[in-house]
Design a protein around this ligand. Structure first.
Ligand SMILES: [Zn+2]
Ligand SMILES: [Zn+2]
Length: 366
């Protein structure tokens, strides 16, 4: 039976549904029936051609949950759990990290390995069902599969989506100590993930700065103690508010999850002396800003760090925490709408216009 998938033919071109042959599995491969995939901000960037080196046509969808249809010679998931047909799994979208290059071996940062490929982003649709906006996903040999720990459902995982993992990675990259005040810039999926894990890691106060109002409400549910609307409060008002909340010292840790360059100089004012600033929201190039190295970095003794992508351990640890603290992390509530394959263009538009926080693609929906 042919398999349907939503294909992005080229940057700027509308997504269209195409049929692919039912794949036959090579040894070590696993075939999933897709339960849910997501539309994240990266998919909007892909749609507009804002990422370089993307081999259009592609089947988008990097973080997905599926049911195992067939596993050819694969008996365990990446953590050693038995894997059987019918199991519900997710998988680490990054693949083909070489463990043999300078980045992998010397710098020990596989997230910068030049050989890494990403499902739904850097694989062409001509190479097969290598994205989540498809009825079936072909997991190549070596893809790290992770059986969902109970009681997690597809909605819990995709409600968090890649933002959950990126948010986790950003918090881990920071120096957040118990009792710290953390400020998160941005209340999209990455910001919400950072808010949730900041609270779980022991922040005394989490301040969320973002918009629109429904996202700020979600931020509150996921662990933000204070929310500040960028629509209602000017930069001066935001600064006064943060000074008031921190005894005039500023936040111990700030995590950027906006993709807006203007967030960076603002954070360097709101950060306390010796604080840590993690920039995690600039997955595409949205321009430059100027800053004052003396006042905002050097004299401030600021620690500025970038976080590029995620490693498997981020996915593993984030999902373990999500399973353990599911009652405190209602990510399923971020799911705003579900779309079939033929509705992918509307899903992209709804995400771009911020009409929904998290849009799910349900390829096998009715
Ligand atoms: Zn490598
Ligand atoms: Zn993503």
């Amino acid at each position: 039976m042919p398999v349907r998938a939503a294909v992005m033919p080229a940057s700027g071109a509308p997504v269209e549904v195409r049929s692919f042959p039912d794949p036959s599995l090579e040894p070590g491969a696993v075939l999933l029936e897709t339960l849910a995939s997501e539309v994240c901000g990266t998919d909007v960037h892909l749609h507009h051609g804002r990422l370089s080196g993307v081999p259009y046509p592609i089947i988008p969808g990097h973080v997905s949950v599926g049911r195992v249809v067939e596993a050819r010679g694969v008996e365990r998931d990446a953590t050693g759990e038995p894997l059987n047909a019918g199991d519900v799994v997710t998988f680490y979208d990054v693949h083909e990290v070489c463990n043999a290059c300078w980045q992998c071996l010397v710098a020990r940062q596989p997230n910068r390995c030049p050989h890494r490929r990403v499902y739904g982003i850097t694989y062409s649709a001509n190479d097969g069902l290598l994205g989540g906006w498809a009825e079936r996903i072909y997991l190549k040999p070596g893809v790290r599969i992770f059986k969902l720990p109970p009681p997690l459902t597809a909605d819990d995982v995709i409600g968090g989506g890649c933002g959950l993992f990126t948010g986790y990675a950003a918090v881990e990259r920071s120096t957040l100590a118990m009792g710290d005040t953390v400020l998160v810039q941005g209340t999209g999926p990455v910001g919400l993930g950072a808010i949730a894990f900041s609270a779980l890691r022991g922040a005394a106060m989490v301040i969320a700065v973002g918009a629109p109002a429904p996202r700020l409400a979600l931020a509150g549910k996921l662990g933000a103690d204070v929310t500040i609307s960028i629509e209602d409060e000017s930069a001066d008002a935001r600064r006064a508010r943060v000074e008031e909340l921190t005894g005039g010292r500023g936040a111990d840790v700030i995590i950027e999850a906006t993709g807006n360059p203007a967030a960076v100089p603002e954070a360097l004012v709101l950060l306390r002396d010796g604080g840590t600033y993690v920039i995690a929201g600039h997955y595409t190039d949205t321009g430059s800003v100027s800053l004052n190295p003396h006042r905002e970095v050097n004299r401030k003794h600021a620690d500025i760090r970038g976080q590029w992508g995620t490693d498997f351990h981020h996915v593993y640890r984030a999902l373990k925490m999500l399973a353990r603290h599911r009652d405190r992390l209602p990510f399923a509530q971020t799911v705003g709408a579900r779309y079939g394959l033929s509705e992918a263009n509307r899903a992209l538009e709804d995400v771009e216009k911020l009409r929904v926080t998290k849009a799910l693609i349900i390829p096998n929906g009715s």
